[in-house]
Design a protein around this ligand. Structure first.
Ligand code: FNR
Length: 484
């Protein structure tokens, strides 16, 4: 069995609960500022996470797990590395392990959500559906405990009877999990139903792993001292707070909560600083404003369509502009450094030029890559080979194409792999003086033809091959008009 090496412990902790849409980086950092010991991220589904790439974002100073469509699914940073627990939704042990492996070096623990009663979760066998499948629970948790070097936890709801719940928790304890969070409601119960402290207490007394009590926001927890009251009522090791922290994250503050005005300002600062999506920021602020959503500020927030407009609603425009300018400056300086390294890169043998592919300049179905491929076939060269790299800084792409043992690339970075490949094909075609397939090439083609005739004359009728020619604007072979 792998030994857990992190300092994460679950005794006497005030914990920010996992909350979809709420538990993103700004909220977690704010909760830590106010005194939370451990923060859980929102539940992230295993299949979605497995499509993500881990990218170090040097501008923000974060680690991002980014989906193929460019969306950041999970963003974390050094500050929370020793206290953030990654919660996943899963119904499959191998997938769960693969996700845990993907994130384990960036987080302090791994949690499996077994309490979500929503249909989107249960119909896939995840969330509360797992509660009626103890063998699946055992297989997922055992695989995780044995496969990762960080503590593993899970979060459940209570079953129809105390006896059944204790029996399930004992089974879970045997898997080697570091702690278990109990939301003291049954899966069909809603937040307004009273939390069952007696069941959590009975579980705490029946098992020896730390029990994290959850579900007390509505009835118990208004401020920090209430967290301890709830802990004692449930005889639990620690307390996990969801809604009370969503309404006011300073609930974790020992000296008592701060005014919502101050809390929202601090939240917005983190949201801007960490480039949180404005819709998510707006959602969290609406949860804090609650009854005040009808006042002037609430209405402005409701109407906001960007982070800038959110900041305007809270009279934080200057903060927004200063922070955006700082981030932009950092991006530019990192890009310049990158360019500098690029200029000194050991790719002197690559022919480079600053070219981009603009689809609008080409007829439908015609691209530079096609032109290059067709030319290679005609000239009996091997097919062009494209090698593409992605720049972590801004997730832009650049491609090198090899044709007849010569490499070509654009000096410009592109938004996608496809665009980068087209740009490198243009660099090659343009170097060799070949048609690129553009709409206006018919006219240019006549010029090329004239130039070629001049070239033929200059070379005393000797026709140079394209492979031998590596200088820009060389025109041999330009008669290949059939490709366009
Ligand atoms: C939740 N909850 C939840 N639980 C979980 O394990 N993973 C999740 O992603 C979410 N998402 C979520 C979103 C929102 C908006 C709410 C309000 C709740 C449930 C939550 O963690 C907790 O179990 C319950 O809210 C009960 O605790 P409180 O609110 O009484 O402290």
């Amino acid at each position: 069995m792998t030994v857990n090496t992190t300092p994460l412990a679950f005794k006497n902790k005030a914990i920010l609960a996992p909350m979809v849409r709420v538990g993103t980086l700004p909220m977690r950092l704010l909760a830590l500022d106010y005194g939370a010991d451990i923060v859980y991220c929102e539940e992230l589904i295993d299949i979605k996470m497995l499509q993500c790439k881990r990218i170090v974002n040097e501008v923000l100073g974060t680690v991002d797990f980014v989906a193929p469509n460019g969306r950041v699914v999970f963003r974390t940073c050094e500050r929370e590395r020793d206290c953030v627990v990654f919660q996943m939704g899963t119904a499959d042990a191998e997938r769960a392990l693969a996700v845990a492996k993907l994130v384990e070096n960036d987080v302090a623990g791994i949690d499996v959500n077994m309490g979500c009663p929503k249909e989107y979760s249960t119909k896939g066998g995840m969330g509360a559906a797992l509660l009626s499948n103890p063998d699946k629970i055992e297989s997922i948790l055992t695989t995780l405990v044995n496969g990762v070097c960080k503590p593993v936890t899970c979060k459940i709801r209570i079953l129809p009877s105390k006896k059944e719940t204790i029996s399930l928790v004992k089974k879970i304890e045997e898997t080697g999990v570091a702690a278990i969070a109990i939301h003291g409601r049954k899966k069909e119960e809603r937040p307004q139903h009273p939390v069952r402290c007696d069941v959590i207490k009975a579980i705490s007394e029946a098992v020896s792993i730390p029990v994290i009590a959850n579900g007390g926001s509505h009835d118990f927890i208004k401020e920090h001292s209430d967290i301890e009251t709830f802990r004692q009522a449930t005889a639990a090791s620690s307390v996990m707070v969801a809604r009370a922290a969503m309404w006011n994250p300073s609930v974790f503050r020992k000296e008592g909560p701060q005014t919502l005005k101050d809390v929202m300002q601090e939240y917005i600062k983190y949201a801007v600083r960490y480039d949180n999506h404005y819709t998510n920021t707006k959602y969290c602020l609406c949860q804090m404003l609650r009854e005040q959503l009808e006042n002037a500020q609430g209405k402005k927030l409701h109407a906001a369509q960007s982070m800038q407009e959110i900041c305007e609603a809270f009279e934080m425009s200057s903060f927004y502009h200063e922070t955006s300018a700082l981030l932009e400056a950092k991006k530019v300086s990192l890009e310049a450094k990158d360019q500098d390294e690029d200029d000194h890169a050991e790719d002197a043998d690559v022919i480079k030029m600053a070219v981009r592919f603009d689809k609008r300049e080409y007829p439908p179905q015609i691209t530079p890559k096609m032109c290059l491929l067709e030319w290679c076939r005609k000239e009996k060269h091997p097919q062009p080979v494209y090698e593409t790299i992605e720049r972590p800084l801004d997730r832009l792409f650049r491609s090198v194409v090899t044709v007849a043992e010569q490499k070509y690339r654009s000096t410009l970075w592109e938004k996608s792999k496809k665009l980068a490949e087209q740009a490198s094909a243009i660099a090659c075609l343009r170097t060799l003086g070949l048609p690129e397939g553009k709409r206006d090439e018919e006219a240019n083609h006549l010029v090329n033809k004239r130039k070629r005739q001049d070239g033929e004359c200059l070379n005393n009728g000797e026709y140079l091959t394209e492979a031998a020619c590596k200088k820009p604007h060389f025109v041999s072979g330009a008669s290949n008009s059939s490709v366009s």
